[in-house]
Design a protein around this ligand. Sequence first.
Ligand SMILES: Cc1cc2nc3c(=O)[nH]c(=O)nc-3n(C[C@H](O)[C@H](O)[C@H](O)COP(=O)(O)OP(=O)(O)OC[C@H]3O[C@@H](n4cnc5c(N)ncnc54)[C@H](O)[C@@H]3O)c2cc1C
Length: 319
Amino acid sequence: MTFLVFVEQHGGELQKGSLGVLSKAASLGETDAVLVGGGVSALAAEAGRYGAAKVYVAEDDSLDPALPQARVDVLARVVADGGHDTVLFANSVLGADVAAGLAARLDAGLNWDLADVELRDGVLVGKRPALQDSVLVDVGWRSAPRLALFRAGSFDPAERAGEGQAVEVSVDYEQHSRAAKVVGQEQETAGGPSIEDADIIVAGGRGLGAPENFTLAEELAQALGGAVGATRAVVDAGWYPYSAQIGQTGKTVSPKLYVALGISGAIQHKVGMQSSGVIVAVNKDPNAPIFEFADLGVVGDVHAVVPKLTELVKQRKSS
Ligand SMILES: Cc1cc2nc3c(=O)[nH]c(=O)nc-3n(C[C@H](O)[C@H](O)[C@H](O)COP(=O)(O)OP(=O)(O)OC[C@H]3O[C@@H](n4cnc5c(N)ncnc54)[C@H](O)[C@@H]3O)c2cc1C
């Protein structure tokens, strides 16, 4: 079995998720990597340290914008030349797009949303969370090449002794692959700790009532020195950015303190925060599911409870 891992890089920084997938593949067998963009030849050695034997580089400044189609061309070329039978991706907006594009191009089977993979008697078996993440099911592939996309954070990057031999790839790009242009890019500016690193998270749900009421969560988070999280319902409604979403299709967090404001506690939210140290919930419905797993619960209206709580925290901190 020969693995090929699409290693995503932005601004010369290899992405942690891809390095995790690379390390995992290298622990299973012969593994190569693909890097696309400007200055990527200089990153081959780093990819080598995480397990890539050959690092196929498509060195081209014009490919720096994170667009999928040209990357599909590169991967299709490498698979055709290198004979790789398994191509692995870490989930990201770009990774998912490239994986789907390559599956269509090669008419290959793509297993999506995997959390792990193993070799069982020489056969590759993927593990996919199911039934609201309560079980892992085995999944396989009917044909090669086998494609797989792994959930964020499935594997930790592990350095191993390796050099990474850079191999330049020359690609005849499809005409449509270079047609899309990135016309602008915005960098989200975040204040305070990120939700991945924060010891304290104050998360808001639909019970806040309106996007502007997220100030309730923000002010409490600021008083506590924490970060702000959100449920998918409010992210989907455009009340808060996706980067703050916690849960099955968002981030998994485990702060020391998790304060849930106007959050019902749906299983898809719970799986992303249930390992928090202390869970505090404010909800006006005494039967809200969140009270089943909260350590402390306040049955009340967020508009009445939260400003008082924030004030108390501020007073306590200043005294
Ligand atoms: C495949 C799939 C993946 C999903 N992934 C995620 C995910 O990653 N993260 C996630 O969060 N969800 C996810 N969901 C959605 C999830 O099922 C819920 O719909 C969502 O978590 C509900 O968000 P909420 O608690 O903000 O809203 P609601 O369920 O509408 O709950 C709002 C709560 O606020 C309370 N409330 C209302 N007004 C007030 C008030 N004034 N004061 C106090 N309390 C009040 C209500 O009693 C209620 O309990 C997913 C769903 C699916 C199907």
